[in-house]
Ligand binder design. Sequence first.
Ligand SMILES: *[C@@H]1O[C@H](CO)[C@@H](O)[C@H](O)[C@H]1NC(C)=O
Ligand SMILES: *[C@@H]1O[C@H](CO)[C@@H](O)[C@H](O)[C@H]1NC(C)=O
Ligand SMILES: *[C@@H]1O[C@H](CO)[C@@H](O)[C@H](O)[C@H]1NC(C)=O
Ligand SMILES: *[C@@H]1O[C@H](CO)[C@@H](O)[C@H](O)[C@H]1NC(C)=O
Ligand SMILES: *[C@@H]1O[C@H](CO)[C@@H](O)[C@H](O)[C@H]1NC(C)=O
Length: 576
Amino acid sequence: MRFLLLLVFYQCVMENVDSNRTSNPNFILIMADDIGIGDLGCYGNKTLRTPNIDKLAKGGVIFTQHIAASPLCTPSRAAFLTGRYPIRSGMAALSQIGVFLFSASSGGLPSEEITFAKLVKQKGYSTALIGKWHLGMNCDTSDDFCHHPLKHGFDYFYGLIVTNLRDCKPGQGSVFATGIQTFITMPIQIISLTLITLEVLHFIGLLRVSQRALGYVILLSTSFLGILLFFFYNFRYLNCFLMRNHQIVQQPLSYQNLTHRLTEEAVQFIGRNTDTPFLLFMSYLQAHTALYASKYFKGKSKHGLYGDAVEEMDWSVGQILDALEKRDLSNKTVVYFTSDQGAHLEEVSNTGEVHGGYNGIYRGGKSTNWEGGIRVPGLLHWPGVIPHGAHIHEPTSNMDIFPTVVNLAGAHMPTDRIIDGHDLMPLLQGKIIQSKHEFLFHYCNAYLNAVRWHPGNSDAIWKAFFFTPVFYPEDSNGCYHSHVCHCHGSYIRHHDPPLLFDLSRDPEERNPLTPETEIRFYDILNVIQQAISNHTKSLHVVPDQLSWGNILWKPWLQPCCSSVFLFCYCDHESRE
Ligand SMILES: *[C@@H]1O[C@H](CO)[C@@H](O)[C@H](O)[C@H]1NC(C)=O
Ligand SMILES: *[C@@H]1O[C@H](CO)[C@@H](O)[C@H](O)[C@H]1NC(C)=O
Ligand SMILES: *[C@@H]1O[C@H](CO)[C@@H](O)[C@H](O)[C@H]1NC(C)=O
Ligand SMILES: *[C@@H]1O[C@H](CO)[C@@H](O)[C@H](O)[C@H]1NC(C)=O
Ligand SMILES: *[C@@H]1O[C@H](CO)[C@@H](O)[C@H](O)[C@H]1NC(C)=O
């Protein structure tokens, strides 16, 4: 009896130790933009210097099969914040454009979606987003902020509503020059043609309309054209601005000291919250184009401006880790590092400099579901609680952060919806050895592109592709004709039977299996078909946040920091 009591007592003490250390940790969730798994020292890069990120890896766990829920920014970030496939929230496009491009469009993360920030905030956490959002801003007016970070659980926001783009930095070229030129030129061509036709018909007497009606048509069309041209030439002013909470503080944004400013914001946020639990989502603009680096990093790396940008971001990570150490918070803080998707291989500057990163041995890159597009860096660091220097080779997802954070913060998981992520702690603490992600569904926008199956008690990782992007040039590793790969029509090639790989033997996805080389070929595909049918049944129809109507520019939604609409300019950021 006494022994039993002692045991109970002992267990209580042990649980106390354990729960004191593991309850209400702080969270610093770092997301880089477009950084490839092959860019970091801890994943084998020998020439790009990332000592601070490598330190994070050494003191924590390295995931070698960490999978982004989508190979594009907007859907990948929506999935990260909600723990759900983007198709469930309407953040996967049915049309060609899979991301938001304008600050004045009406789509965004719906307010019914629950982010981890919202849940931990209810548990008393201070929450901040510093850096890029890319999940919408307004719905009906230029200041309803229906999709704004502050509506989604963040107490504090400093950063960019849309995304860093070449068009935001003078002299860096334009993404509109190649991919979405049609946005501008097609309406112009249609209107001009219509006008000319009308004029001609009127002139030769085939069209009987009053001079006045014709005048109105011409006036309307030219105003429309004028607005379009105005928009195009003012892109930088209208879309590239920095906000602090609801206020625009710099329009257009300046790249001067930008990484310093973001870092300072992060360090100050940590400083304000040394005594209360906090969650910081540090969402770097680097290394998306337009690339930039401060004078301390420019020209210093062995990999051009791209390398400079990554090395500066690594410096910033170091500053944040230092701030934790100085305040004795390292053991109380879970630090996560990832990239929203793989490196953007097609990013080459107009002078031919490589502006995209490196995906190591993996095929393809951003905008494809080849491993290069979705197998991203994944590091978790929590001294004293999770092992250090360990590698986990099981499939994990960026959607797993949601349940992991929510559970550790002592918040309740939503019960009214499907959460696709799984808590990482059991895997990290060795309580289970097999990932709960038996299946992962890889979408290209709203189209199911491939399925990954990791059967229980087996090393195999089957991946079946129903279509693959058509690379151009054909023998290359990307879609160099259109800046990104697309998900439909002549941009893809269908496969029936699907292309099947075993990633455990063929991580480079070079040798598709056949019924001859894999006797279980059709059995494997059958199971995958069943999984798809189960998954598909769990989906509900929701509004498409990336429909044309939701992504096009709506002038009445245009945020502008000066009262004169035509001159959106302000700078409250200049420092003495
Ligand atoms: C756990 O935390 C409580 C409250 O802060 C404290 O009273 C207790 O001594 C701690 N237990 C251990 C084992 O550190
Ligand atoms: C390191 O990263 C750079 C920049 O992306 C890349 O060009 C290079 O090939 C990588 N080197 C190795 C050894 O992985
Ligand atoms: C943090 O945890 C590590 C590993 O358990 C331990 O060695 C170290 O002393 C702890 N540091 C502090 C400040 O508690
Ligand atoms: C699909 O769902 C059924 C019914 O819940 C289940 O028995 C079956 O194992 C599932 N199949 C797969 C491959 O997940
Ligand atoms: C940029 O940072 C440097 C060093 O901290 C400082 O000397 C300089 O004034 C800053 N420039 C701006 C525009 O903030």
